[in-house]
Structures are given as C-alpha cells and as structure tokens.
Design a protein around this ligand. Sequence first.
Ligand code: LIP
Length: 266
Amino acid sequence: MTKDFSTALDQIRIISREAASWGRANRPDGRVDVAATKSSPTDVVTELDRGCEQRIREAISQHWPNDGFIGEESAPSPGTSGVVWIVDPIDGTVNFVYGVAGYAISIAAEYQGETVLGYVIDISTGAEYGALRGGGAWRWEGAEKRTLTGPPAVPIEQMLVATGFNYRQELREKQGQAVAKLLPHIRDIRRLGSAALDLVAMAEGRLDAYVEEGLKPWDLAAGELIAREAGLIVTGFDGKANERLTIVSHNSVARDFFDHIVRCGF
Ligand code: LIP
C-alpha cells in the first residue's frame, strides 16, 4: 500500500519552523550551557536540544498518535502504524553551543523500513530543504520550490569535499590520518559540523562530495533522501550509507571516489 506523505511534509514544515523559531528565541548570547555529555566528554547535549526534541515529539504525537519515534535525545517508541519518525532536534550541537553557523533540525519518516520523507531546516538562517521518495528534492524559497540537482561532475582533484569526525577520541586519529591522505588529491576539505547541512549542501551543489564515518540514523536519514532525490549516489560499504561509512558524490565519479576513499583508509 502506498501512502501520500506530501501532506505530512507540509505539517512537518510547520512543526519544524516553530521549533526552529523556539530554538533561536531561547538561545542565549555567547556559549550555550552544556547539560550533559554522551559518548565522550566532547559529545554534548543542551537543555535546548532536549526542549526542541520534546516540542517536535509532542507535535508529531498529536498529529500521528500511532506513529513510532526515534530521536537523538529521548527514548524510542515503535508505534503501530508502520511509520517511524527519525529526529535530530539540533544537528550540529557543538556549532549551536559555540554560536558557530551550521545547526539544523533534521526529520525523516520511514514507512515499512524505507525513508519516504526528508526535511532539514537550518535553524539560524531558516533555509528549508525537503524530499519525498520518488518525488525529487527541493529548497523552499518563499512559496516557491527550487529543485535540487546536486553538483556538476568534476574530477576528484577538483573536488571540494566535506567530512566530519567522531566524538570518540580513539576514532579521531584514524579519521584524521585518512583525511590527511585524501587532502593532497582533492581541491579542499570543509568541516561544517552538521551532517544534515553537509547533505543538503551536496543536494544544492555547494559541495562536490561528502564522506564521514560514525553518523547516527538521525544525522543521516533526512539528508540522505534529499541527496538521493537530487540525483546523487549515497553509499558506503556494502552499498549502503550507515554508521560505518557514508559517501555522497555525483554518479559519474562515484565508483572512483569510493575506491579512493577506501585507499585513504576510511
Ligand atoms: C554531528 C554530526 C556531524 C558530526 C559531528 C556530530 P550532532 O551530530 O551532524 O556530521 O561530524 O561529530 O556527530 O552530535 O551535532 O547531532
């Protein structure tokens, strides 16, 4: 049975814009206090992360009471409808804490195990990105929707490549060594600090490739669909982007770039 998620996407926009507005209004000047740490002393969470997720979760529960929920900051619930919402309330938390640009709300819906809806809003700028499975990817500009088609095909040595690093110290040396091996062979590296914003930047063509290890489902799900629906290849080992490895690139260079990433030791 196919379900139409376009109406759900309209509602998710309303819910997310309200939560983003709440996050902006409640972010104090200067650095945001850290409420707790998770996988390492630098893997931080703030009360605003928690509050933003609670607002989103309550709104989703009101609109779709039988749907499941997986959020970065609260316990999962399976639901009974076959739809599961996957939410990162503030992706780019360290940027948010420091007041560095680049933090977003990322929301995806999975239906019967497939991501069918993806939505990302840049909290500080209000820029909104969305995709429906099989329906394309776009950026809203006022009442208009601008279709996203990714970057042009460029050779690896001309690529502007985004990446990120795990919070766990024991993984960072290996990741740093892999990036050090990659760097001489590409145009340059960008480390934006939010996987969701890396992925929508790929869909919008502001990057040529993206590679990262250690992404959680809430970092990845929405932006992955937006990048795929923009026509990009999103992959990893065994052909699937996941926590082990996520690689996004133009389809004409996907194989060569994947091989290069493996040779660099990711
Ligand atoms: C972040 C990711 C980013 C990664 C950071 C962190 P968070 O998620 O979006 O790509 O490099 O280490 O995991 O923790 O801000 O939700």
